[in-house]
Design a protein around this ligand. Structure first.
Ligand SMILES: Cc1cc2nc3c(=O)[nH]c(=O)nc-3n(C[C@H](O)[C@H](O)[C@H](O)COP(=O)(O)O)c2cc1C
Length: 348
């Protein structure tokens, strides 16, 4: 989880508890990422992964971007900041991060916003690193399979944060929900799948395992752990009835992302253009100032559906509780299935 939520402490605790923690390389400088790796390795010898953004730029309409800059002038004034200047050709340090991760021989590397090329996948395989692709459709799954990735994260539209889709433009029509999406991806490729999106408890973990995933990925559920680097106001908002719904919005970054519906999304969700990463850079000063002022209405409160069921538990404990709940759900479900009338084992 880029943006500060995935700290080395959170990653280390999750992995030490038998989960698989992922460090976020997104928005981090290569030097900061290297320091994060040192910290994770100091905490645990267990497997962990690093998530990298594949560079992708929207086909941006400069007039729409200028219009949005003008629309945000009042926000800049409200928070006493100057809007950010989008750098030209921003790749989020793609080449440097790849080189660093190959050199560091991390156990797993995962990609989002696109599929790494076969040659990038090969570079990681040569040093023994497993490669994970993130997909939101069967077509994206096929592309990742052709590129030679080992495992797929299948991200449903319920997920918090950015949609992992390969194109930054908002997809047309309704997003296919996680369970039918899993079925579509299973049908399309022969790879192990990790299901993500709206999974907040062990019962939901059991559900995606029953639906054919080999593992579940949870983001929002870990935001309220003490190891999370999410802003305290973000953590509180997840269970604040004032922020009871989530929306997918372009308002903060110019790329579809799901967050708690706050004032900023209500006011700018309909006017923000599809322009990533330009809008991200434009709004950084606003989001920083809102965070410094403790104002959740100007912050990007990324959250998946079901956020109000997040728990304030230490990360290690949360992994244990999720595993226990999943096991219990599996046993309960098996018991209920045996009671289906007319089926063998039906109790009379
Ligand atoms: C605060 C936050 C930041 C995220 N940052 C990233 C990221 O940097 N890279 C990525 O692949 N996914 C990111 N995601 C998406 C997660 O990897 C995952 O798909 C999502 O959290 C699953 O849905 P859930 O939040 O409902 O559990 C982020 C999610 C959240 C909530």
């Amino acid at each position: 989880m880029a943006g500060g939520a995935s700290t080395p402490a959170l990653v280390g605790e999750v992995s030490a508890a038998g989960g698989l923690g992922f460090l976020a390389a997104g928005y981090r400088s290569p030097a900061d990422l290297r320091a994060d790796l040192v910290q994770v390795r100091a905490r645990t010898g267990a497997l962990f992964g690093v998530n990298v953004f594949v560079p992708a730029t929207s086909a941006t309409d400069p007039v729409a971007l200028d219009r949005y800059r003008l629309a945000l002038a009042g926000e800049a004034q409200r928070y006493g900041v100057t809007l950010g200047d989008p750098p030209v050709g921003d790749t989020d340090g793609w080449e440097e991060k790849l080189a660093l991760l190959v050199e560091e021989r991390v156990p797993l590397v995962s990609f989002t916003f696109g599929c790494p090329s076969p040659s990038v996948v090969d570079r990681f395989h040569e040093v023994g690193t497993a490669v994970v692709g993130t997909v939101t459709s069967a077509d994206e799954a096929r592309a990742c399979s052709r590129a030679g990735v080992d495992v797929l994260v299948v991200q449903g539209p319920e997920a918090g944060g950015h949609r992992a889709s390969f194109t930054p433009e908002p997809s047309q029509g309704n997003g296919v929900g996680l369970l039918p999406l899993l079925a579509e991806v299973r049908d399309a490729v022969d790879l192990d799948l990790i299901a993500a999106g709206g999974i907040m408890d062990g019962g939901a973990v059991a559900a995606v395992l029953a639906a054919g995933a080999g593992a579940a990925q949870l983001g929002t559920a870990f935001l309220r752990t003490p190891e999370s680097g999410a802003h305290p106001r973000h953590q509180a908002a997840l269970v604040d009835p004032r922020f009871s719904s989530t929306s997918v919005t372009l308002a903060f970054s110019g790329r579809p992302a799901r967050g708690l519906t706050n004032r900023f999304i209500r006011e700018y969700g309909n006017t923000a253009p599809s322009a990533y990463p330009q809008v991200h850079h434009l709004t950084v000063p606003i989001r920083k100032a809102a965070a410094a002022a403790g104002d959740p209405d100007g912050m990007a409160l990324w959250a998946g559906q079901g956020h109000r069921f997040t728990r304030d538990l230490p990360a290690r404990r949360l992994v244990e509780v999720l595993a226990a709940e999943a096991a219990e759900a599996a046993v309960l479900t098996a018991g209920r299935l045996r009671r289906v009338p007319g089926q063998p084992g039906e109790s009379r």
